[in-house]
Design a protein around this ligand. Structure first.
Ligand code: FES
Length: 175
């Protein structure tokens, strides 16, 4: 009788430790899956754009990726507005891409082919497009001044991240 009680006790103890251990492991796993505070802090960034003159671009880092912000001149906006949609691989008007304010282009600076970082070019002349844009030196993809692909192999336009204007349009919040 005494033996049975001792065995039951051992079984129960072992089972209890097992449950507690499993619970602790699950909690640790959940903790490791939550992003760290410093990572969360980078989920959105605020960029002061008052120093950007028309025609100038700045690159910032958001979630580990470069983001190009360009203040375009009225002439540059005219050039991208004039690009026929039928010439584009991923047809989108500039107004559709930047409905909040066409003066400012905000795109993720990662080529949609294999992820290289395209470089800015002042004067491109590609497939009928003449104007500023970006060239990806890795395999030759070209993007116009709206970040739209005008020559492959990139399949898609440069992505437009979620963003908004703050503080009387002096700041862009990305993310
Ligand atoms: S990664 Fe840009 S063209 Fe291939």
């Amino acid at each position: 009788m005494q033996k049975t009680n001792r065995r039951d006790f051992l079984y129960l103890s072992a089972a209890s430790f097992g449950v507690v251990g499993l619970g602790a492991s699950i909690l640790t796993l959940i903790k490791t899956m939550n992003p760290a505070k410093d990572v969360m802090a980078l989920a959105s960034i605020e960029v002061n754009i008052t120093s950007l003159k028309p025609g100038q671009e700045k690159t910032v880092t958001w979630r580990g990726k470069p983001v190009f912000i360009k203040r375009r001149t009225p002439e540059e906006i005219k050039i991208v507005d004039a690009v026929p949609l039928k010439d584009l691989k991923d047809p989108q008007t500039d107004k559709e891409r930047f409905p909040k304010n066409q003066e400012f282009l905000v795109v993720v600076g990662v080529c949609t082919h294999l992820g290289c970082i395209p470089g800015q070019r002042e004067a491109l002349s590609v497939n009928g497009y003449k104007g500023p844009g970006w060239l990806c030196a890795c395999h030759g993809s070209v993007y116009d001044d709206s970040g739209r692909v005008i020559r492959g192999p990139a399949p898609k336009n440069l992505a437009v991240p979620p963003y908004e204007f703050l503080n009387n349009n002096t700041t862009i919040k990305i993310g």
